[in-house]
Design a protein around this ligand. Sequence first.
Ligand code: 5GP
Length: 340
Amino acid sequence: MRIEEDLKLDYSDVLIRPKRSALSSRKEVNLEREFKFRHGDKNWKGIPIIASNMDGIGTISMMKSLSKQKMMVALHKHYESERYSEIIDEFTFLTSGIKEEDLEKLEALQKNKPIRFICLDVANGYTERFVSVVSRVREMCPDSIIMAGNVVTGEMTEQLILSGADIIKIGIGPGSVCTTRAKAGVGYPQLSAVIECADAAHGLNGMVCADGGCTNPGDIAKAFGAGADFVMLGGMLAGHTESELELIEKDGLQYCEYYGSSSQKAMQKHSGGKAEYRASEGKEVLIPFKGDVSKTLEEILGGVRSACTYAGAETLKQLSKCTTFVRVSNQTNNIFGLPQ
Ligand code: 5GP
């Protein structure tokens, strides 16, 4: 047994320190970024915020709304292949697990039409099997932009980039409906994970996507300030028309379900129940229905623009260079009403 004594931080442990700036209005801030990837062909330009590949979040309706703002969606993997004809290539990741049947489905789709963005998603990205699947998918799809995860440490970020991934998804335990920290005692404070993995990835011309734990627009700004190239959101986008889930009436109010991909609910829906050997590492919550996602997107983009103005960053790209974090005693500010 060993204990690491270094202090590790979450988003709520810091604030971005305001700085003198030449910017006079939030309007002047440019949130679009243009990326060239280490392996994948073709550059990409847009606002690097991605809706998570979860039920109720990574939906085709969400893709249609977010792409209007040049934001992205990682589609959940439960659509029938026929629906993929609706996909907007430029703003959509196709998600795959790592079972043989998942990879066969991916190969068939790739043969039919080359896939531009692929998200290889597992709860634990530390297995040898995952590393070998990343290499195999890179061989199968040489020009695709591959995002793979989740991990939280620099050495595994490097390993996955060297195995063929372009973007590494960072986060074990921070998600608003994730219970891994409680059920397994495993995790890593998200701000530190992003800082350390971004440093490792950028040294190899790779990128990171900060996945989970953003409960308000300020957290998204902190993730970008910490060096994230992309930020993935679940809970902040839950409870909208675009969730494609039935609304629930309770005490005269409308709610929408939001549940973890490893929750009892998800396992029941997609795998016919939970296997005996595993614990559910996700929970189910009810989110008050908020209508169309466009209003929430305005709040999010407005918040990140505001952060850039305070930090003196004319573009989102400059934000991490302009960021100085100050450590504070827990600044939880849960304006989106997500579970803590
Ligand atoms: P949020 O934005 O809600 O804080 O976090 C969303 C992220 O939580 C997802 O993108 C995914 O990485 C993670 N996640 C989703 N469902 C589960 C789950 O059931 N268990 C765990 N451990 N993580 C989950």
